[in-house]
Design a protein around this ligand. Structure first.
Ligand code: SF4
Length: 348
């Protein structure tokens, strides 16, 4: 379980049950610094002279705050809205998109006013009725490691389960899913696991769960009747990539076991979703990564990549067209060989 070394309570956070519970749990722990902030300028509580030091300090800081319920941000193309339960992550993946997205806020923030957030979600559902509304719970975080502090995922899953026109999804690289297994999800929540080869996890995904633990958690989630998905990302095309990604898919097949796969195929409309995303980087991300991990071995040599403008208007370095085609062909064949009830949502 994640143990922060500093917890900062924003003004008013203690007015909410989540804030009070966290305060009660930690107020007497002498090894954890508790700060009752007089303003909401949290950055002043993140110590460090440079980006690397602030990153290290931020990853051990839990902020308990309030989400002002202005309109939710959109979350195209995979969902309609981001659901702001948590931002930041305790993981330390070298390539993480949060390094760029939350650069000046490298801490983990939980929003204590869950009821307000779910009320806003309800308003969005009503606005879009009779269409279904999909909420993404991991747009700026990995929410699983913080769940023991908040129970927010459990409550959100049950809320979405009770709303006929709501769907919820989130992704994780962690395995602490036991507290979610009995939630009344009503098949409205999809839990995706982000997976990679053992080599990539060990080299770049510091502080996350091992592949074994992630796959065991995935099997539990499938047995509990949730929709299940896998994001294989970022895919790196290194010397042994074919062999190692094949081994990863074999492990996935073995861990899910015939029972689970049969259960999935018996459930109407149920498939395992796959999303496969090749490694890419922007100049901005590369500079930030080099500040935080000066010794990184992440492959970020622009000379051997193709420069491409993305849908959000900025350029990124991707593998060449031929390499990407080879990767796509590989995953289509290998996923198809092992899984009957699956949907490859995208390969990019
Ligand atoms: Fe980022 Fe996900 Fe790794 Fe957390 S687990 S550091 S959100 S890539």
């Amino acid at each position: 379980m994640f143990i922060p070394n500093k917890i900062v309570f924003e003004k008013k956070a203690l007015d909410y049950e989540i804030g009070k519970n966290i305060y009660e749990k930690f107020k007497d722990k002498s090894n954890i610094e508790i700060i009752l902030a007089s303003s909401n300028r949290i950055a002043t509580h993140i110590t460090g002279e440079n980006r690397r030091e602030k990153y290290v300090s931020g990853k051990k800081t839990l902020v308990v705050g309030i989400k002002k319920t202005a309109k939710f941000q959109t979350c195209k193309p995979s969902a309609h809205f981001q659901l702001p339960l948590v931002s930041g992550c305790i993981g330390q993946c070298e390539y993480c998109y949060l390094n760029t997205q939350l650069g000046d806020k490298p801490y983990i923030k939980v929003n204590a006013n869950l009821e307000d957030i779910l009320k806003e979600a309800k308003d969005n559902i009503i606005d879009r009725s009779p269409e279904i509304t999909i909420f993404e719970g991991a747009a700026t975080s990995d929410p699983i490691p913080i769940e023991p502090y908040t129970n927010s995922l459990f409550k959100t899953i049950e809320f979405m389960g009770s709303e006929e026109l709501a769907r919820f999804r989130f992704v994780t690289k962690f395995n602490d899913v036991d507290s979610l297994l009995n939630a009344r999800h009503n098949n409205h929540t999809e839990i995706r696991f982000s997976i990679n080869t053992d080599k990539i996890i060990k080299e770049y995904e510091h502080g996350t769960a091992s592949i074994n633990l992630r796959l065991e958690a995935a099997a539990k989630i499938a047995k509990a009747g949730y929709k299940l998905g896998f994001i294989i990302a970022p895919v790196f095309l290194y010397d042994n990539w074919r062999k190692e990604y094949r081994e990863l898919l074999d492990m996935l097949y073995d861990k899910l076991s015939i029972d689970v796969l049969n259960d999935i195929s018996k459930q109407k409309h149920s498939t395992i979703g796959f999303e496969v995303i090749s490694h890419r980087f922007t100049t901005k991300a590369k500079n930030i990564i080099l500040d935080i991990y000066p010794e990184t071995t992440l492959p970020m040599n622009e000379d051997v990549r193709t420069f491409k403008y993305g849908q959000f208007g900025y350029g990124k370095y991707v593998y060449s067209k031929e390499q990407l085609q080879e990767m796509k062909d590989f995953f289509v064949v290998e996923i198809d060989k092992r899984f009957k009830n699956k949907e490859i949502k995208y390969l990019i």
